[in-house]
Design a protein around this ligand. Structure first.
Ligand code: HDE
Length: 689
């Protein structure tokens, strides 16, 4: 069995049907060894007497223990912590004008996909909510082979040339002498690298912005980062950048919250993704492309091959061309999310590379890393990695080979097998590299056109709203404040004075460094509103999670009404109370408590609603926990709602008065329920700051 479908017709179920052949159901079965021998006893090793030594001949013990001893594989050198999901992709209109890629032609075709999200720096078991870039990798199982779009949630990168990647990662990973800190960039070696590699400036602005602490993997953008090529049937090429736009909008945590979540629920994002799919709230992302004609390559004030530059959307609009829906959780984390192997070099006809030196280096690294991670050259045969279209070549043998290739011929060209498998012509779907003309001397140099490191960093800064700027400054204070070397701190201040003098002065003040002596601030007033997540239009409360604080004697009519309006808005709610079990309303209605103040925390919710009812409010008031819960949610700028008597808790939590404009809503009637939902949809109420 090489492929699931020799006819080439792929639909959204193709990958699932292929995986079915590998799924094993142990339910209700007798236990056997891996050889199929039934096992009669699995709790006692074979011994010479009940108190005697274990015997070598205990093959069952040996097999079980040996397998256990070898259960771990090396974690990814970067992006070790990840979460995945199955789904499908559908194009809105044929993209024939720009690319011949088949999965981008027919709007009726649903191409199966697997997506893996990740953080970069932390180990496999590190917390989800840390400040970091998020990986956003998509494997499209197309009829022409697997296409991997291995992107991030930030559109630019730290460095311009792949040869610097090991240095960047050595600097950001825990320091090698003491393996501290885990999953964090707030330490000396990272900031030393930044200050001595000016090309990082633009990416650092993004890294310290709210983009690096997403609320949910479902609420962040994705970017292919590099410039790629689309090539159509006529061989005409366009430069292209890829975008994923989340249907739920781009939303972030606040830093204090992100740090607390790391302790309260390290699996915050993984669980959010899992539960969303489990409850049929399928994450959706629209697919967009920015296109530049070949002849316009040099018409920009940045080099389109430079991965530290973006193409401002106001200059090169994003054309939305399709949608991805994630509708199925994996069955087995290791088999699917861990063993999936992405590679930017997995392309299909119609998609090609540019000469971006970062991309060029990646084309080497990804296969190489799988060899040590997955133990040999046959990782493409693992179920999650297998294309759903046929694959035939003369590659043979190697560790863990699963395919059985009959016959004596495994070479090309041959006559004994009629010269098969035979390369396909372009007309037959054979991949032909775009025939770009290249001409140059062999040099170890960077193009002059890559040397402006500050204009787009400044563009990003100019495009931020006031609150986003405040967050970036606070992030500098945290990150550089954790740096022990005063010298490195000062270097950072000097470097960012190239971006913006006020910013550099603010950094200096917060970390106790001298004001910048360098006054080379780049001069540009340009802005790109599309870069600000605060200015984005999508505002919905759908799939958000609200904590309802209630105890015995709560106002049942009011809570029912609120729950109804939550349901209509696609909001989920959990009852948080003093103890688990049932609580009874003033009118004898019973509801089950989902969480207590010990098992839950305000940081795990998007909003808080304190139910009315005097007895309930009195009971809650008596616990400091409820006051802290509301106070913390308020300080994290979240929507707060309260029934009439619930206002007493708000007062105790230091909240002055109801003010829907500041997201503090009195729940009295249906109209106020709507106001509360609008407050949740706004996500955060910065006016309180
Ligand atoms: Fe990666 N990167 N990377 N990277 N990368 C890996 O491949 C590498 C870069 C990205 O969920 C590794 O299979 C080099 C940019 C994602 O499995 C490794 C360079 C972007 C993932 C590797 C880069 C990415 C990886 C580690 C500099 C955004 C996770 C394990 C030239 C466009 C994929 C693996 C997954 C993973 C190398 C830079 C995204 C070592 C050499 C830029 C999302 O091969």
């Amino acid at each position: 069995m090489v492929s699931e479908n020799e006819s080439g017709k792929i639909n959204e179920h193709s990958k699932n049907r292929q995986l079915d052949q590998y799924r094993a159901d142990d339910n209700g079965k007798k236990m056997t060894t891996n050889q199929g021998l039934r096992i009669s006893e699995d709790e006692h090793s074979l011994k010479a007497g009940t108190r005697g030594p274990t015997l070598m001949e205990d093959f069952h013990f040996r097999e079980k223990m040996t397998h256990f001893d070898h259960e771990r594989i090396p974690e990814r050198i970067v992006h070790a912590r990840g979460s995945g999901a199955h789904g499908y992709f559908q194009v809105y209109e044929p993209m024939t004008e720009f690319t011949k890629a088949k999965f981008l032609q027919d709007p009726s075709v649903k191409t199966p996909v697997f997506v893996r999200y990740s953080t970069v720096a932390g180990s496999r078991g590190s917390a989800d909510s840390v400040r970091d870039v998020r990986g956003f990798s998509t494997k499209f199982y197309t009829e022409e082979g697997n296409y991997d779009l291995v992107g991030n949630n930030i559109p630019v990168f730290f460095i311009q040339d792949a040869i610097k990647f090991p240095d960047l990662i050595h600097a950001v990973k825990p320091e090698p002498h003491n393996e501290i800190p885990q999953a964090a960039s707030a330490h000396d070696t990272f900031w030393d690298f930044v200050a001595n590699n000016e090309e990082t400036a633009h990416m650092i602005m993004w890294h310290l912005s709210d983009r690096a602490i997403p609320r949910s993997l479902r609420m962040m953008e994705g970017f292919g980062v590099h410039t790629f090529r689309f090539v159509n049937e006529e061989g005409v090429s366009h430069f292209v950048k890829f975008h994923w736009k989340p249907v739920l909008g781009v939303k972030s945590l606040v830093w204090d919250e992100a740090q607390k979540i790391a302790g309260k629920n390290p699996d915050f994002h993984r669980q959010d993704l899992w539960e969303a799919i489990d409850t049929d709230n399928y994450p959706e992302f629209e697919f967009g492309v920015q296109l530049i004609k070949e002849e316009d390559e040099f018409n920009f004030d940045f080099d389109i091959l430079d991965p530290t530059k973006l193409w401002p959307e106001e200059q090169v609009p994003v054309k939305i061309i399709g949608k991805m829906v994630l509708n199925q959780n994996p069955d087995n984390f290791f088999a699917e999310t861990e063993q999936i192997a992405f590679h930017p070099g997995h392309v299909v006809p119609g998609i090609d590379f540019s000469n971006d030196p970062l991309l060029q280096g990646r084309l080497f690294s990804y296969t190489d890393t799988q060899l040590s991670r997955l133990g040999g050259p046959n990782f493409h045969e693992l179920p999650i990695n297998r294309p759903v279209c046929p694959f035939h070549n003369n590659q043979r043998d190697g560790m863990h080979r699963m395919t059985i290739n009959p016959g004596p011929v495994s070479y090309h060209k041959n006559s004994l097998a009629g010269n098969s498998p035979v390369p396909a012509s372009e007309a037959e779907g054979g991949y032909a590299h775009y025939q770009e003309k290249v001409d140059g001397r062999k040099v170890r140099q960077r193009s002059e056109s890559f040397k402006d490191h500050y204009s787009q960093a400044k563009l990003f800064w100019n495009s931020m709203t006031e609150v986003e700027k405040e967050h970036i400054i606070a992030a500098f204070h945290f990150e550089v404040g954790k740096v022990k070397s005063k010298d490195v701190q000062q270097q950072v201040v000097e470097m960012f004075s190239n971006v913006d003098l006020e910013l550099a002065e603010a950094i200096a003040k917060g970390v106790g460094a001298n004001p910048p002596s360098n006054k080379n601030e780049v001069e540009t007033e340009l802005t790109s509103p599309a870069l600000s997540q605060e200015l984005m239009k999508v505002k919905t409360a759908a799939t958000r999670k609200v904590a309802i604080l209630a105890a015995d004697g709560f106002n049942g009519t009011e809570v029912n009404q609120v729950l109804e309006s939550f349901k209509a808005a696609g909001i989920t709610a959990e009852i948080v109370s003093i103890n688990r079990g049932m609580i009874t309303s003033a009118t004898e209605q019973q509801v089950e408590v989902d969480q207590t103040f010990l098992t839950a925390d305000s940081v795990l919710y998007d909003a808080v609603y304190v139910a009315g009812g005097q007895e309930s409010v009195d009971a809650l008031k008596a616990t400091k926990n409820s006051i802290f819960f509301v106070n913390e949610a308020y300080n994290h700028f979240k929507a707060i709602g309260a029934g009439k008597e619930g206002a007493e808790i708000l007062t105790k939590a230091g909240i002055g008065s109801f003010d829907p404009n500041a997201g503090v809503v009195a729940i009295a009637d249906e109209k106020s329920g709507t106001a509360f939902i609008e407050a949740i949809a706004k996500h955060r109420h910065w006016i309180r700051a």
